[in-house]
Design a protein around this ligand. Structure first.
Ligand code: SF4
Ligand code: SF4
Ligand code: SF4
Length: 317
């Protein structure tokens, strides 16, 4: 067989990094779709269902990171699948050593607990940073609207949680006691004068006191994102630790870019390594110092390395 007659070889790793993942069956692939923040318009969802019915298997899979995966797509149909999805502006996601599609909870639009617009942040990060090559490993970002942290943001390379720091105007207080009753971490108790006493050390910045106070005696002093860095899941999970507080929403992309810059440089000779493991090797102060240059009002003075989750299987080097 001449070279020209030979069938073209499929580069599976190249396809995977483009969002086409080889399945067990011959010629079949899973196509991972890009769904930043897990939000999907109804017309787009209908189009995806149409394409899945036409070219895929009997079901689609909803991934744990909020993407929709089309199953059993034959590689011969790639072009037409991408083209038809494009009619509804639906794009294919990616895998590999790059910034992945950010995940987010519903945020503050309709969710009563939401303190920040996580959806806006997720879309902005997707638009400006999605697919950026890290040179080392995958890089995951998540946004939670409040400290409940439903998206488990601290298990991402960079995880954001909405936060409010409360302040009290004692003169406006009518001593109803609602704030103390609703403060689950018991950061508020009622004092001898029947006015609230605030224990800042216990406060988790959830903003519940601000929401329940009938006279607005509690108000927000600061609002923004709490940022934890260095988390990951997988074989050797890590929980990210606190590097910044009350980061303004409009600085999220700059912040991630600054972390990426540090990661790319420090992991240079370390091969395929996640950010959390680089922080453990370098010590968290190095990254804190790097961040402080650009975010002096938000970077914490000291932190601890990402925390190992002991799985009790396999010795961690
Ligand atoms: S993290 Fe907070 S805002 Fe987001 S879904 Fe959970 S409770 Fe709601
Ligand atoms: S922000 Fe939340 S934890 Fe802090 S004092 Fe208010 S209710 Fe309590
Ligand atoms: S909820 Fe407001 S008015 Fe009631 S005790 Fe607390 S601060 Fe005072």
């Amino acid at each position: 067989m001449s070279k020209a007659q030979q069938p073209a070889k499929i580069d599976l790793s190249n396809l995977k990094s483009g969002g086409f993942i080889k399945e067990r069956g011959k010629d079949l692939f899973t196509v991972r779709l890009r769904v930043p923040g897990g939000r999907m318009s109804v017309p787009r969802l209908k189009k995806i269902a149409e394409v899945a019915e036409k070219y895929g298997g009997e079901f689609v899979h909803l991934s744990v990171r909020q993407s929709i995966e089309l199953i059993n797509i034959n590689f011969k149909d790639f072009d037409v699948v991408v083209e038809e999805l494009g009619e509804a502006t639906q794009k294919v996601a990616s895998c590999g050593a790059r910034v992945r599609v950010p995940v987010a909870c519903g945020g503050c639009e309709y969710n009563p607990n939401g303190l920040v617009d996580t959806q806006k942040s997720a879309l902005e990060v997707d638009e400006k940073l999605f697919g950026t090559a890290t040179g080392h490993h995958k890089f995951k970002v998540a946004f939670a609207g409040c400290p409940f942290d439903c998206p488990k943001s601290a298990t991402n390379d960079v995880g954001f949680q909405g936060a409010i720091y409360p302040q009290l105007d004692k003169d406006a207080c009518i001593s109803c006691g609602l704030c103390a009753k609703n403060c689950v971490p018991k950061a508020i108790t009622m004092g001898e004068d029947n006015k609230p006493v605030f224990d800042a050390e216990r406060c988790i910045w959830c903003g519940d006191c601000v929401k329940v106070c009938p006279t607005s005696a509690w108000s927000e002093k600061r609002r923004g994102y709490t940022v934890r860095i260095g988390g990951k899941w997988g074989r050797n999970p890590l929980v990210g630790t606190l590097f910044a507080t009350f980061l303004p929403e409009e600085r999220v992309v700059d912040f991630i870019s600054t972390v990426l810059e540090w990661y790319k440089e420090k992991a240079e000779a370390l091969g395929r390594i996640r950010l959390g493991d680089v922080i453990i090797k370098e010590g968290p102060q190095a990254l804190l110092d790097h961040l402080r240059q650009q975010f002096p009002d938000n970077t914490v003075t000291a932190t601890i390395p990402p925390q190992v989750i002991e799985t009790q299987v396999g010795i961690r080097s």
